[in-house]
Structure formats: C-alpha cells, structure tokens
Design a protein around this ligand. Sequence first.
Ligand code: NAG
Ligand code: NAG
Length: 434
Amino acid sequence: MAVALRLSCLCFLQLLIVIVLFINSSADNSIEEAEQFPSLSNSTFVNRLSGNDELRHEHAVDDPEAIASMVDTSIRNSTERRKLGYFSCTTGNPIDDCWRCDRHWQRNRRRLADCSIGFGRNAIGGRDGRFYVVTDSGNDDPVNPRPGTLRHAVIQDEPLWIVFKRDMHITLKQELIMNSFKTIDARGVNVHIANGACITIQFVTNIIIHGLHIHDCKPTGNAMVRSSPSHYGWRTMADGDAISIFGSSHIWVDHNSLSNCADGLIDAIMGSTAITISNNYFTHHNEVILLGHSDSYVRDKVMQVTIAFNHFGEGLIQRMPRCRHGYFHVVNNDYTHWEMYAIGGSAAPTINSQGNRYLAPVNPFAKEVTKRVEPWEGSWKQWNWRSVGDLLLNGAYFTASGRAAPGSYARASSLAAKSSSMVGMITSNAGALS
Ligand SMILES: *[C@@H]1O[C@H](CO)[C@@H](O)[C@H](O)[C@H]1NC(C)=O
Ligand SMILES: *[C@@H]1O[C@H](CO)[C@@H](O)[C@H](O)[C@H]1NC(C)=O
C-alpha cells in the first residue's frame, strides 16, 4: 500500500504550503491545521476531525448526487443519439463520442480535455500549454532528466500536452513524479511503461493520463528523484503502483491498459478528490483500485471518484475498487472476472453502483459483488451502498444498505439505468486503443 508517509523534509515543506493554500478560505484555523497535519496517527487529531462535517476541499463538490446525475444525462444523451443514428460514429460512450467522432482528432488533440465526465470532468491537464514530443524512450535519469524523455516532460512547471514520436517501451528507474497541468496522450502510438517504477501524482492538480499500457511495475526508491525543475528530493521505497494519486485533485485516467504490478493498479489516497477513472482495461492483478488508505484518515471524506466504462477483466481478484469515507459513482463498467469480490469498503463510504454488468465467478462462495470490511452489521447497515439498474449475472448479488437515492436523482437514474444493456458496447474499446 502506498502510504508510509514517504516524505522528505522538502516534501513536507511543500505539503505545508499546499495545505495552507487549500484551506485559505477558512484562514482562521489554517495554520493550526497545517501544523497538525503530520501527526496523522495522533488520535486527538483524528477525533477532533471525525465529529466534524465541515471538512471541505476546494475541488470537491457539495452535492455529489448532482454530478452523478450529470453523468447519467451525458450517457443518456449519447445512447439516444446513437439510437437516432445522428452520426454513424456514436457508440453510446459519451467520452469516446466526444473526440472519436472527429475524424481529424489528431489535429485537435487538446479537445480531449473537454471530454471528461463525472468528478474529474474539470481536469484540463496540459490543454492550455504547448505540445511536448517525447523522442527518447531510454536514458532515464531521475535527478537530471534529459530533454526528449518522458521524465523531462512531466516535471516541467508549465502546462504541457505530452505526445510520443513513435511506439515506445519505457522502463523507469524511479517513480515518474508528475508536476501539475500535464496530459500524457499516447493516442495513435503504442507506449508501454513497464518493468520498472511507474507513475506518481503527488500534491498536484490537473493531470490527464490517456492511452498508456502500464504493467509489471516494481517497488523502487531509496533514491533521489526530481519533481520539478527546481526541486528534487529523497524518496523512500515506493510500493510499485501503476498510478499512485496522493493529495491530488482534478485527475482523469482514461483508456489505459493496466496489469500485473507489485502493489495497486490505481491508488488514490490522502485527500485526493475530483477524479474520473474511465475506459480502462484492468487484468491480472490482485488488489486493483484502492480509494482511501485508512479508516482513521477522515480527510478522505472529501474524496469523490467516478468509475465509468472500465472493463475489469481476466485474472483480477478483488478491490474494483475498495473504498473509504468518500462518494464513489460506479457506472456502466463491465465486471467479467473477480475471484473474491468486486466492490469493497470500510469507514462508511457512499457507493452508487449503476448500470454495471456484474458476472459472478463459478465459485459459489464468491457470488457477492460487495464486501464490507466491518464485521458489525449494525454499523454498516447505515452505509449508503445502492445498486440501480445493474445487470447481475451467474448468481451475482449486490448487498445494498443505507438510504435509497434521493427522489430527483432516482428519477433521472432510472432512465439511465437502462444502459446496462449497452455495457458490452460501451466498454468494448476499454484500454489503450493501439
Ligand atoms: C497529539 O496532539 C495533541 C494536540 O495537538 C498534542 O497535545 C499531543 O501531544 C499529541 N500526541 C502525540 C503522541 O503526538
Ligand atoms: C444532454 O442533451 C441536452 C439536449 O441536447 C443538453 O441540453 C444537455 O446539456 C446535455 N447534457 C449533458 C450532460 O450532456
């Protein structure tokens, strides 16, 4: 797991700055909170926050149901357009239809930034910057990256839309630590990040990762790694996640193929929010997606994540995702393989499962889609976990709990839920497209 607070002193300073910036709207207690942040395991600190519903993050929304409802509308709009046959290109997948219907998308690459839906819909990545063409797949120097390498591109301070000159296989010696306002856009080429360190998104905003094959990520660390032109620092061991999101927001991870890493395929922790994970193809992995690292870290109540149009495929075991504290909209995904369970959680997360296709495995003891990591039913009965319009196959069952959907939302989603019959079509191109 990706925590173990691997922060150098310099990172800690950065962290203080970030926190002070984040909570400057409530300036009266900002200094006090910033000072307390490092004592995460201090129960006084945790208790003080846990009774506190005032937790805010400037990039989290007050009404997550409204964003879920907006996702439903965009899906319905796309599936309607498809039925009406307006354009022969439409698939019913609103993200893909947004850019793939443009035959000249290669000339308009940055338009992709306007195609996201859900909580990560405002992630603009490097939309407002220039292009950076990665030409060099080798020569990874974690401290002094060479121009032309992916590492040199992602650490820059300015917004960049990063593309690749040709097909590439990149093996990183240390984590690829991204700076804010970057898009990695591998459309049209075949780019693998594999057999070494993988991607770290830490204390930044506005990242789009599209079209990569990320696999066989290994633990690395105990080394210096550069995170910006002006800063490098000591990294302790990294667990070997494909994509690790730490204290970051406005993140969109779309159309990647992810498999077989030492730790998670995607981990989002430590107050990360405004995230969309869409159109990815996950295979051959045990603990697939972790959203929220610990039950006691109540700041993850601000976590809001949309998980849409992904294919959870062969060789997966559990955590698709495993959630804590926040609000998770899981919509129109295709679950074709799990060995233990699909969706799990603890610490009272809200799970809004809608229009997914859940195909249970043969094992009669693994038919339940859901898993609560909380033995006391009296406690989890209050958690809001709902299933609307999911297609449950081969004996799959979803154990719901808590409140039903609010009225206005239920009306909208009952219409959109029909699209579970289209999940096969909507996810048929999941993963990297080349
Ligand atoms: C925990 O935090 C409280 C309040 O800030 C402080 O007084 C106390 O010494 C801390 N305890 C530990 C073990 O860090
Ligand atoms: C859905 O379509 C309607 C009518 O064309 C449009 O007004 C609305 O903005 C669309 N909503 C979304 C979320 O795409």
